[in-house]
Ligand binder design. Sequence first.
Ligand code: HEC
Length: 260
Amino acid sequence: MMRVSVRHTLRTAALACALGAVALAAPARAQEAPVPPKQNWSFNGPFGAFDMASVQRGFAVYQNVCSNCHSMNLLHYRDLAGIGLTPEQIKAVAASFTVPLGLDDQGQPIEGPALPSSQFRAPFPNEKAARAAMGGALPPDLSLIFNAREYHGDYIYALLTGYADPPADMKMQAGMHYNKYFPGHQIAMPQPLHGGDVSFPGNAPNTLDAEAHDVVNFLAWASNPEMTTRKQIGVRVVLFLALMTGLTYAVKRQIWSDAH
Ligand code: HEC
């Protein structure tokens, strides 16, 4: 009996130590990369919606800059109807890219202008080619990157604007760039945006800050194209439930009014 309880105590103590170690390790890991500052996103909150003008500018940033290294395999050009492009605009955007179009009658691979039904053109034929071109690093597919990273838009914005000279005591590996917000601070992606990389219609600002905000808005839409509709339905459902609660309460009072 005694031995069992000693063993039990030991086991509990070991478990407590293990949990303690995990709890201590967590803040240490968090210190590696600072928490990105919160940004003001129009899609935050229960009434949030995408700023579609910004999403469209963000697509231009992706198309002109990011798409040189990053694929977005889950998107097809026709999906751009979701950000307000007309069928003619979509045709024109698609046609400006040359993509593989399957095989011809002799079984030879053919290429041609993309169609609205084509997948977004990928910059590299496969992962090996991407790594070979990027010194071993793999630019991740950006279709779902907004959802995939902790702190979502705040992180991606901080990453894009977080390049700086490395501290004097930091030894950088060859081909790596210092970034305040990337875990470990050494990233293989060279600073992609500097401001003035893309000119927008209507002379919308194209500072580094504006371009980074716009491309994050686009990536947020790409990961959650149904978000605005989902939130609108949510608000209507809550209103409906509130109304039904009032109504059923009134009916209950009416039915039981004799008994009181
Ligand atoms: C010259 C090629 C290149 C361009 C242009 C480029 N990237 Fe990257 N990107 C990379 C590489 C390589 C990585 C992988 C970095 C690593 O793992 O060290 C990366 C990683 C990322 C990541 C993931 C970071 C993480 O937490 O893992 C994001 C997000 C990203 N890029 C966004 C963008 C956006 C947005 C643009 C356009 C504004 C862009 N990139 C333009 C090469 C590029």
